[in-house]
Design a protein around this ligand. Structure first.
Ligand SMILES: Cc1cc2nc3c(=O)[nH]c(=O)nc-3n(C[C@H](O)[C@H](O)[C@H](O)COP(=O)(O)OP(=O)(O)OC[C@H]3O[C@@H](n4cnc5c(N)ncnc54)[C@H](O)[C@@H]3O)c2cc1C
Ligand code: SF4
Length: 327
């Protein structure tokens, strides 16, 4: 499948990029690693008039430790750099573990943390060629007005399928967004809308610039578990991140977040009150798994059934909670 025609911009600074976004935002797509955008453009999911290749903006690259405040990660930092960072592995282990499960080594060398956070939602009826989608009459997310997954409804349920956002949610990460009106900082948890065809709060003239991990989230034990069809290279069909701190064997803080089973990555509610002050055992881990399974609302957006994906959320959460509690 060939790429549609577009005009390419290659800004060297954030200022230049923001000026181009202000001028062409409505008909422009940001390209970081391109590992998701380019295949999507080949499938004619996007046919922008302009593409803004931000890969040459040095100020958006790298992992910067800010004493007593935490870490700032530039949006263009590759997933391989995150996976390979000894500092992140030691202090924010859940993030390096999640990054290491994305796609394959080659795609992680190209793919960026910003691209992973901004990743488009996915659906069996959407991530297909134009001819395939046309044969089905298209759908709400692109070119049509019906949903094949929830017929009769008017909401798109395409699943958010990035691996690092649940880890970042467990770490209370914040993000910075820049645009013509300046820069704003917000919790990652408030970036996603939960609507499949309008899944992120990012204006067409805005760009994600940085991710902040607070120092208060450092040194939690953390694990990430995911279900995928091809173990060596695939999007999650269910994913769970767990972070935990313990004191004298008792849980002092715990968070769980899930991905790929809702139109947004989601923190699982009531995990803290359930676990805090207790020693984790099988029954308690099972109860957390149950909470996570109830938060998951998978539909027939992927090759595996919703029932199986919800069950895997329960099983993986239980296993992940036991793994962090015994590590
Ligand atoms: C075979 C295959 C397997 C994959 N498996 C996985 C997987 O297991 N897990 C997973 O999470 N992903 C997977 N991916 C998707 C992708 O490789 C990753 O999500 C990657 O992190 C995307 O980053 P990127 O820099 O390449 O994003 P791009 O493709 O450049 O961009 C992705 C989207 O984000 C937007 N964007 C990118 N950067 C910014 C920014 N700074 N500001 C605003 N918007 C921005 C783009 O406009 C686009 O809409 C897979 C892709 C392929 C092709
Ligand atoms: S959930 Fe429905 S509207 Fe959304 S991409 Fe899938 S079929 Fe299309």
């Amino acid at each position: 499948m060939s790429l549609p025609q577009f005009k390419l911009f290659r800004p060297r600074s954030l200022e230049e990029a923001v000026a181009l976004l202000a001028k062409h935002g409505g008909n422009l797509r940001v390209l970081a690693g391109g590992t998701d955008l380019i295949p999507s453009m080949r499938q004619r999911l996007f046919a922008p008039e302009f593409v803004l290749d931000i890969r040459h903006i040095e100020e958006l690259k790298g992992i910067h430790i800010v004493t007593r405040r935490g870490v700032t990660i530039g949006a263009l930092t590759t997933l391989s750099e995150i996976e390979g960072s000894a500092f992140l592995r030691q202090h924010y282990a859940v993030l390096t573990e999640a990054a290491a499960t994305v796609a394959s080594p080659i795609l992680r060398n190209m793919g960026t943390i910003g691209g992973n956070i901004c990743l488009d939602t996915r659906c069996l009826w959407y991530n297909q060629s134009h001819t395939w989608r046309k044969g089905c009459g298209f759908c709400i997310k692109k070119d049509g007005n019906l949903c094949h997954v929830a017929p009769g409804g008017n909401k798109c349920w395409a699943a958010f399928s990035g691996d690092t956002p649940p880890a970042l949610l467990c770490l209370n990460a914040e993000i910075e967004i820049a645009g013509p009106a300046g820069a704003r900082r917000l919790p990652l948890a408030s970036f996603y809308t939960g609507i499949g065809d309008d899944y992120r709060k990012l204006q067409p003239n805005e760009i994600l610039t940085r991710v902040f991990l607070p120092e208060s989230s450092a040194n939690y034990r953390g694990v990430y578990r995911k279900l995928r069809i091809r173990g060596s290279i695939d999007y999650p069909l269910a994913g769970v991140a767990v972070t935990m701190k313990r004191f004298n064997g008792h849980v002092s803080e715990a968070r769980v977040a899930i991905t790929a089973v809702n139109p947004a990555p989601m923190l699982v509610g009531k995990v803290g009150p359930l676990l805090e002050g207790k020693v984790v055992d099988e029954a308690l881990a099972e109860a957390v798994g149950e909470l996570a399974a109830r938060t998951a609302k998978p539909l027939t957006t992927s090759a595996l059934t919703p029932e199986y994906r919800r069950e895997m959320i329960r099983v993986f959460t239980k296993r992940a909670v036991l793994a962090v509690a015994t590590s």
